[in-house]
Design a protein around this ligand. Structure first.
Ligand SMILES: Cc1ncc(COP(=O)(O)O)c(C=O)c1O
Length: 445
């Protein structure tokens, strides 16, 4: 590490609040372009994080850069108290692209957290009901009501919402009720028991449980959940903040199950790197009560212009098909490692318990051995660190899962190189090339 890097690490430690740090390795980046990041020393990394998917179109996408630069020339105030074209146009575009029925509204926000928080608060206010059903290990936001119904955060010590009910999310790799079929039945039975209580304002679900361990539910789960929630005339909120916007191989993940949620939350990649989110749902929900979710810069013309450019690029470039194809390639290569195609006689195979996903939403679960499938959190911590050392940035979720969510502009060649690094890094960690002391300063979750 050079003095320049060491100095930035020290200055970061001295000024940036610990409450907003989730670090897996001491990366100090200077710039990003496409699917790559470059650090202060000029070393380039293949990025498999997209900054937790916020850089969905990659870093510095020219279409977004152009739209933002133009919008900043003469911005017409922000949307709170002044109407302007780009916020209205963005709302219209989202209503065209996100399925739904009847009279709908779009809440424009600044983060996935406020989109989910506002959607949940509106659901409560509009229905006059208090209970929110969410899933264990879920993540819907870093503050407020969204935080208090986020399983991951409540399990980590955040105050739970007093009227929240958490139910298990069916995990095909680790079914909580014996078989996955029994687990789906049990999860749905628990949701139904809550609905029978008669006080449920909303059921909130991630279409892939991402921060909670990248769990891809079995086919049919979401559609059965949607049918159940509809039967009880209750609102279903599908949180697409992390997975949505073409990454899963469809515009939104829920489309893979052919359902139409009542409320859809979007964020992260919607802003192309700028803070922008949206919650889309019935007018009777999102108009109530008026003036109850006031953020001065929500719907601002700069972020709205970025959002419009992102949506135009996603649609005109048919990124959903691109992600479906690239995802098959990526998962195929990872499953190859799992089947012993890796270096040194396929040594990594024994530690790859599961590869799962849709499109470029991919989880790779690490285990102590394939017989026991015991969670290997130590390998996981050291693996993300080693990947960074070898030139790939990737984060982990749950205790032992790599979240592989590269920018949608990644090329097949970049994917191949990243897979080689993951393979090498697993072997290196097995060989003890990363110590406890190396990873101690970056505790992750
Ligand atoms: C599914 C989901 N919803 C909501 C959020 C909150 O988004 P943000 O961190 O942009 O506020 C996240 C963040 O990781 C998320 O994964």
């Amino acid at each position: 590490m050079t003095d320049r890097t060491a100095e930035l690490i020290a200055r970061d430690a001295a000024v940036i609040a610990g409450v907003e740090k989730l670090r897996f390795f001491p990366a100090t980046m200077a710039s990003g372009k496409g699917a790559e990041l470059t650090d202060l020393e000029g070393k380039t990394y293949a990025d498999l994080t997209s900054t937790w998917t916020a850089a969905g179109l990659g870093y510095g996408h020219p279409r977004v850069a152009e739209a933002v630069a133009q919008a900043y020339q003469a911005p017409p105030s922000a949307g709170l108290s002044i109407m302007h074209e780009s916020a209205v146009r963005l709302g219209e575009r989202l209503l065209e692209l996100v399925d739904g029925e009847g009279d709908r509204r779009v809440y424009l926000g600044l983060a996935g957290s406020d989109a989910c928080d506002v959607a949940l608060r509106c659901a409560r206010a509009a229905t006059g009901k208090q209970t929110i059903v969410a899933f264990e290990h879920s993540y819907h936001g870093g503050f407020g009501l969204a935080q208090s119904v986020s399983g991951v955060l409540v399990e980590g010590g955040a105050a739970p919402y007093p009227h929240g009910i958490f139910v298990p999310y069916p995990n095909p790799f680790r079914p909580h009720a014996g078989s996955i079929e029994a687990s789906v039945d049990d999860s749905l039975a628990q949701v139904e028991a809550a609905l029978q209580g008669g006080d449920v304002a909303c059921v909130a679900v991630e279409p892939i449980l991402s921060d909670g361990g990248f769990v891809v539910p079995p086919e049919g789960f979401l559609s059965r959940l949607a049918e159940l929630v509809q039967r009880y005339d209750t609102l279903l909120l599908v949180d697409e903040v992390k997975m949505g916007l073409c990454r899963p191989g469809a515009f939104n993940t829920y489309e893979l199950e052919g359902i139409t949620p009542d409320i859809v939350c979007l964020g992260k990649s919607l802003g192309g790197g700028l803070p922008l989110s949206a919650a889309i749902g019935p007018a009777w929900v999102f108009d109530s009560p008026p003036a109850s979710a006031l953020l001065t810069m929500a719907g601002n013309p700069i972020c709205a212009a970025a959002g419009l450019a992102v949506l135009d690029e996603l649609v005109s470039g048919d990124y959903a098909s691109r992600c479906a194809k690239l995802g098959e390639h990526f998962m195929g290569r990872l499953r190859g490692l799992q089947n012993g195609a890796g270096i040194e006689g396929g040594r990594s195979a024994e530690r790859i318990g599961d590869v799962r996903g849709h499109g470029l939403c991919i989880g790779l679960e690490l285990v102590r051995d394939r017989d026991s499938n015991q969670v290997d959190s130590d390998l996981t911590r050291k693996l993300v660190f080693r990947c960074w050392q070898l030139g790939v940035t990737v984060f982990s979720v749950g205790e032992n899962v790599l979240e592989i969510t590269p920018p949608l502009v990644i090329s097949p060649e970049q994917i191949d190189r990243a897979v080689e690094v993951i393979d090498q890094a697993i072997c290196d960690v097995i060989d003890g090339k990363v110590s406890d002391a190396d990873v101690a300063p970056c505790s992750g979750w």
